[in-house]
Design a binder for this molecule. Structure first.
Ligand SMILES: CC(C)CCC[C@@H](C)[C@H]1CC[C@H]2[C@@H]3CC=C4C[C@@H](O)CC[C@]4(C)[C@H]3CC[C@]12C
Length: 396
């Protein structure tokens, strides 16, 4: 990912071949005058990714073995380290996988209210299953439940965020959280999500950098603080991190550091031994296996956005705008009808619940910021028999 203009022929990033420098610069200049949350920005088609942001929930779980093996450790500090390992590997998928060698981040499709996504992974312990739902459109919030019954491990996560433009970069403040529950130990982990910035915009090479700190707090009283730094910060190396694992009020047990898209090592501070932690380059990510198209219904993301993404894949931008408007207009009509009938949209799998647990207080203390007063909890399928005529997209 080079930000310099370089010598000779410029490499052309995949997906960016058809974008002219002048239309890109026009968009960036336009962006500079935009105020408000960027999810409401109507971006030109050439900058759109064909993937809905709802599907991005699955990136975290693309190393299913790291996920299910969290329960294999007897000591809580080792479970905390295993959660950290899973999280650091997930970061690479969530924030860097669309930018393997160039800055090629695009604007994901903004999921419609009630959009659904289902899929699974195989693991040595059993199936890891994901159900995701767009629980809010304005501002956007996706919620997901991931569960491995055999391993007794479940996750509730949602990704609320605020974004804006500073003149040079897009910055995103993530307010959502990940929660992991381990049945066997009756233990819950709260994970916060990093602040991100989108760099390289003026060079037509957008890629994500992380900054600030995130926390993992467990009901076992173990806490991890992770500090992020990019190029130009203290370490000077891109995608660097340093994570400290400690029991509340005590000295660190483990310190892990390195590059989250590359290699990192971990030091056991008691025995003073250092060993390899992650080597991302040698790990094979396993993409989600989506539930078959014919089984999922009209609200599933591929049904909602299929026509838009296939037009995007062909660079047929005129068709993209028509199809995208159809989806968006159908949604506006639906909201209008609800208003007229005095009904509120009913979420299918998730419910917002206030959280007054002690773990939440521990997190608030560690983070020293205002954290959300509750979270989106999976409550099972509340509408198992959906009306077949209830289409999210109406083509007239
Ligand atoms: C490509 C450019 C120039 C247009 C601007 C697009 C911006 C708004 C897009 C590009 C990549 C996007 C991010 C990609 C991944 C995630 C992780 C998810 O869990 C929360 C949203 C978040 C953090 C997105 C927020 C919006 C985002 C920053």
């Amino acid at each position: 990912m080079s930000e310099s203009s370089g010598q000779g022929a410029e490499p052309v990033a995949p997906g960016f071949e058809t974008i002219s420098k002048s239309s890109w610069m026009g968009f960036i200049k336009n962006l500079a005058t935009f105020t408000g949350d960027l999810s409401t920005l109507s971006a030109p088609s050439f900058i759109l990714s064909g993937t809905s942001l709802l599907e991005y929930m699955s990136y975290w779980f693309e190393f299913p073995e790291l996920f299910v093996s969290i329960v294999d450790h007897e000591h809580p500090k080792d479970r905390m380290l295993a959660v950290l390992k899973w999280y650091m590997a997930g970061l690479s998928r969530e924030y860097a996988s669309r930018n393997k060698s160039y800055g090629t981040e695009k604007k994901p499709l903004n999921p419609i209210l009630g959009e659904l996504y289902y899929g699974s992974w195989d693991s040595s312990k059993g199936k890891v299953e994901l159900v995701a739902e767009q629980v809010s459109h304005h501002g956007p919030v996706s919620a997901a439940r991931v569960h491995c019954k055999e391993a007794g491990i479940s996750v509730d996560t949602h990704n609320m965020y605020r974004s804006g433009f500073s003149g040079r970069t897009v910055y995103v403040n993530q307010i959502g959280q990940i929660r992991i529950h381990l049945d066997k130990f009756n233990e819950t982990y709260y994970l916060t999500l990093p602040n991100i910035s989108l760099e390289g915009l003026w060079y037509m090479t957008p890629y994500i950098e992380l900054y600030g700190s995130t926390y993992i707090v467990s009901t076992s009283n173990y806490i991890t603080k992770i500090d992020y730094s990019g190029r130009g910060y203290f370490s000077g190396t891109k995608n660097s991190f340093k994570a400290t694992v400690y029991e509340k009020g005590a000295n660190p047990d483990y310190v892990a550091e390195g590059v989250w898209t590359g290699t990192s090592k971990v030091t056991d501070t008691k025995s003073k031994t250092t060993s390899p932690f992650l080597d991302y380059g040698t790990m094979d990510a396993i993409p989600i296996l989506p539930r078959p198209y014919s089984e999922v219904g009209e609200w599933e993301t591929r049904h909602v956005w299929g026509k838009v993404s296939s037009a995007l894949a062909r660079n047929a931008y005129d068709i993209v705008s028509v199809e995208k408007s159809t989806v968006e207009q159908s949604q506006r009509d639906m909201r209008k009808r609800e208003q007229e009938e005095g009904v509120e949209w009913k979420r299918r799998y998730f419910e917002w619940k206030p959280d007054e647990s002690s773990a939440r207080n521990l997190l608030a203390q560690a983070v020293q910021e205002i954290i959300e007063p509750g979270y989106w909890v999976y409550v099972g399928d509340t509408q198992p028999e959906c009306k077949p005529g209830d289409h999210p997209v109406r083509r007239t």
